[in-house]
Design a protein around this ligand. Structure first.
Ligand SMILES: Cc1cc2nc3c(=O)[nH]c(=O)nc-3n(C[C@H](O)[C@H](O)[C@H](O)COP(=O)(O)OP(=O)(O)OC[C@H]3O[C@@H](n4cnc5c(N)ncnc54)[C@H](O)[C@@H]3O)c2cc1C
Length: 587
């Protein structure tokens, strides 16, 4: 398995498509220059290729294991983690006052794509720390922030998110872990959490669990949930580590993929916990972390799709089978490389045209997060916040679906050689699958998009997004082969949006029945618009890189985007057959 980070595309998106001047207009990024962007991306690529890719296969084979009640990570993980920390990668986008580098989110997202491509299991250990860091930073009291954040930014402590319980998965209103107030202001936390990523491991001195629990007497359902910080080891006032807290690892899961990532059942037995944010407002606070993670999970899919593409491309260039249709590259050879078969080329182009569009969507969203965090313009911040909320379920679900469909297509390019372990393609398929499930399943993302995001601010947020693209197509018409299909998909998206907004009021079951189709339509159409914008932005610039962009955009319009029309038909046509089918008749 090999990987060459797509640095040229990444640099193009940041420095040319979004544009460095726009990023420099944000507080704290005034001095960001092309050299810094290039250096960060280059160094990240080197780290991922040299340190993480070589331990990915063995990590999958050996997996994380539970020995004497403690999780041991596979060989090389501890050394790689130490180098990750030494390189400052743990605090790339964290605030400088906590020891972070304060770099833009859009760079963070690109680094995350490389980490996911080279070793998704490894990536998950620091990933949850980053989420927990931002959660504590947003809602923690000053004393807590001072005590915990610097050690999370420098990577000596890691973080988790503890939501899921055996009876409470998607529906967090069912969780029963309880919190009892103690005289010293802390809480005693008791309950069992399952499926906790990085819940235990040997990479850091301490693990900071962010736990949802119910304070005695709190209302039922999601209104009675509070958020607690529960360290694995108690942190003394001077910052040193004290006794072990009442958190133990019951077991770890044996999984289809990401086998080197530890997925733990944790038992909390009157563990000391500190309230974060307001009583009974825990789920709202936790959404800060969950929303960040949702974007990151989409980017995981993107990274896996990219490495699968690169390896499938190399294989297709080498593998000699069958004769090329039309003119043969070497008429004397017994067979030609399979890349000459249109079926294989189409698979590769489908993957690449979707990946490059999806990467642009991720970078654009990263820029919106930077605007939200650092713009001095209140209207821009407000609009960015709305767009991020709208795009988050789309990125989570569309990009993770892409991770699975692209790794599968790339595996298919290898024929039987992709099914056996030798080339590593089957691991990519297995690793990608979880991205559709955790951090809110893709069905739940689709339902969130339709029921909450389409109605947010009385529908004005989605309207603003669609109006923006409408205006774009009013002012740009050329090249028609690219802009016309994109504008057509946008028109379909508007039609489907109006239809679902109507049915949310008149026939909610209909709207829910079309949610997954709608989220796919949304992703396809928005990426179509983004491709159109990219092509307009590069205008008639010469060179292979720009010419490839134009041809990929055309391929996307001709071979990928037409699905938008059939999805629209399904959405607008109604879900009567689905709604009227009696549940009993399924048996
Ligand atoms: C490897 C791994 C790592 C994980 N890491 C973490 C972690 O770090 N922290 C943590 O707290 N949890 C974690 N999870 C848990 C994960 O987030 C849940 O598995 C997921 O949210 C789904 O919950 P569930 O498994 O109970 O499925 P259920 O909620 O039982 O859902 C079953 C099916 O019903 C569907 N469904 C349920 N409700 C709806 C609805 N309203 N509309 C439409 N469809 C619906 C779901 O989409 C799914 O297809 C992890 C899970 C795994 C496997």
């Amino acid at each position: 398995m090999t990987y060459n980070a797509p640095l040229k595309d990444m640099l193009f998106l940041v420095a040319e498509w979004i544009g460095l001047e726009k990023i420099r207009g944000l507080r704290g990024h005034e001095d960001l220059d092309r050299d810094t962007v290039e250096a960060v991306l280059n160094e990240a690529a080197k780290f991922c290729v040299n340190e993480l890719l070589p331990i990915n296969r063995e990590g999958d084979e050996i997996g994380a294991v539970l020995k004497d009640d403690a999780v041991v990570t596979p060989p090389g993980f501890k050394e790689a983690y130490d180098r990750f920390v030494e390189g400052g990668w743990a605090g790339l986008d964290a605030a400088p006052e906590h020891g972070g580098q304060g770099l833009p989110k859009l760079l963070q997202y690109l680094v995350e794509e490389m980490l996911a491509a080279c070793n998704l299991s490894f990536k998950l250990y620091p990933e949850l720390t980053r989420g927990a860091y931002h959660l504590i930073d947003a809602f923690g009291a000053d004393e807590i922030r001072e005590r915990y954040l610097p050690r999370m930014v420098d990577g000596t402590w890691s973080g988790t998110m503890c939501l899921t319980e055996p009876q409470s998965g998607t529906d967090l209103g069912l969780l029963t872990t309880k919190a009892v107030a103690r005289d010293d202001g802390a809480y005693a936390i008791t309950g069992s959490k399952i499926f906790i990523t990085s819940g235990d491991h040997d990479l850091t001195d301490n693990i900071i669990h962010m736990v949802l629990a119910r304070i005695e007497g709190a209302p039922d359902g999601v209104r009675g949930i509070s958020l607690f910080l529960v360290p694995r080891s108690i942190v003394n006032e001077d910052g040193s580590l004290g006794e072990r807290n009442g958190v133990t690892t019951g077991s770890i899961e044996h999984k289809m993929g990401i086998r080197a990532s530890s997925t733990c059942a944790l038992n909390f037995d009157e563990a000391t916990g500190f309230l974060i944010g307001e009583v009974n407002q825990g789920l709202n606070a936790m959404f800060r972390m969950m929303n960040m993670e949702r974007i990151t999970v989409g980017i995981q899919g993107l990274g896996l799709a990219e490495i699968a593409y690169q390896n499938a491309l190399a294989y297709a260039q080498d593998r000699l089978q069958s004769r090329a249709p039309g003119e043969r590259p070497d008429p004397d050879a017994p067979a030609d490389p399979i890349i000459y078969q249109p079926e294989i080329r189409r698979k590769l182009l489908r993957i690449r045209s979707q990946i490059e569009g999806a990467r642009a969507l991720a970078v654009y969203t990263g820029f919106l997060v930077d605007v939200l965090d650092r713009s001095d313009d209140a209207i821009m911040r407000d609009e960015a916040g709305g767009s991020i909320a709208l795009l988050t379920p789309v990125i989570k679900s569309f990009l993770s679906d892409l991770g699975v469909s692209c790794t599968l297509a790339a595996q298919q390019v290898f024929g039987g050689h992709g099914y056996i372990r030798e080339h590593g393609m089957e691991q990519l398929v297995r690793d990608a699958r979880i991205t559709q499930i955790y951090e809110g399943t893709n069905e739940v993302q689709a339902v969130d998009l339709v029921t909450r995001k389409l109605t947010a601010d009385s529908g004005s947020i989605v309207k603003r997004q669609l109006d923006y693209w409408d205006k774009f197509f009013e002012t740009h018409e050329e090249p028609a082969a690219i802009l016309e299909p994109a504008a057509g998909a946008l028109a379909n998206l508007k039609l489907a949006t109006n239809s679902l907004q109507g049915s949310l009021e008149s026939n909610r079951a209909h709207a829910l029945g079309a949610a997954t189709e709608y989220q796919r339509l949304f992703g396809l159409a928005i990426i179509g618009c983004i491709w159109a914008d990219i092509v307009v932005s590069i205008n008639d610039r010469d060179g292979d890189f720009y010419e490839t962009k134009r041809m990929l955009a055309r391929f996307y319009m001709e071979q990928v985007l037409p699905e938008a029309a059939s999805l629209t038909e399904v959405i607008v046509g109604g879900a009567d057959a689905l709604a009227e089918f009696p549940v009993d008749y399924l048996t």
